[in-house]
Ligand binder design. Sequence first.
Ligand SMILES: Cc1cc2nc3c(=O)[nH]c(=O)nc-3n(C[C@H](O)[C@H](O)[C@H](O)COP(=O)(O)OP(=O)(O)OC[C@H]3O[C@@H](n4cnc5c(N)ncnc54)[C@H](O)[C@@H]3O)c2cc1C
Length: 268
Amino acid sequence: MSQTATAEPKHSDHRTPYRVRHDTRRRRLVVQDVRKLTPHMTRVTLGGDELAGFVSLGFDDHIKLFFPEVASDERDVNGEPKPVSRDYTPRRYDAAANILEIDFALHEAGPATQWAEQARPGDVLNIGGPRGSLVIPTGFDWHLLIGDDTALPAIGRRLAELPRNARAVVLAEVDTAADEIPFEHAADASITWVHRNGAEIGSPHRLAEALRALELPRGDYYAWVACESLTAKALRTQLVERGANPKWLRAAGYWRRGAAAVHDTYND
Ligand SMILES: Cc1cc2nc3c(=O)[nH]c(=O)nc-3n(C[C@H](O)[C@H](O)[C@H](O)COP(=O)(O)OP(=O)(O)OC[C@H]3O[C@@H](n4cnc5c(N)ncnc54)[C@H](O)[C@@H]3O)c2cc1C
């Protein structure tokens, strides 16, 4: 995949995020391995000739997974049915081994979850993207990462990509201790897990209360939030009220209660 650099800063500002656009193409990939990481998280490893040249520069990049076998109500500009798709994070791409890992948070229903629960080696999955990457520099005094199960792939990737001893504060919501992911990283990370203990996922109060109770270190930080959409919005509001710099704050709804295939972003 060729890259078209768009706005890479030429000055010495090590804190301004920049975007890199990629030429997108569809890839027909083949499942190599399926592994249950926790009771609510399945890792699918994809490979195949068409993976060659895959590029993902940002830890919260997303690719589209296509599920053509699912009937679609949506039409494209030609009036043809649009294939059903869902957004997922490229959790780890290993060019040498030619593999791409995707972690699926399992919930009650939906074509992506259903596909992941039934995936077996040899199955085919079509993906598209990422269309672009937002590269968030690492030169902050510390990094704040907040999310629910759907954000764990991006959080895990960011932690793995942060330089040794970079300071990170993580707030992550999962069902129980059995759902906690043992992230691999060299950063100086303090991770707080919030447990639902069987309560419904997507209630804003749990992460909001946990954030309120969190003492934020001094210094400049980049805050990244991804979870249920209204929760992400509430967390962003709280962070701004507590003095977070809106330029260094990214909050996204990775899903919304009662709606399929949502990607909301909350900016100023
Ligand atoms: C940029 C981006 C990156 C993402 N990366 C990942 C990732 O790496 N791993 C990952 O697991 N998810 C990720 N997500 C979230 C994922 O795309 C959604 O959860 C998606 O809706 C799942 O599709 P589905 O077909 O299973 O359910 P859908 O058909 O979309 O939804 C069916 C129903 O389930 C509800 N629902 C959707 N997701 C959840 C959930 N997680 N928990 C409980 N209820 C839910 C919906 O509200 C709806 O009522 C990402 C989303 C975005 C926008």
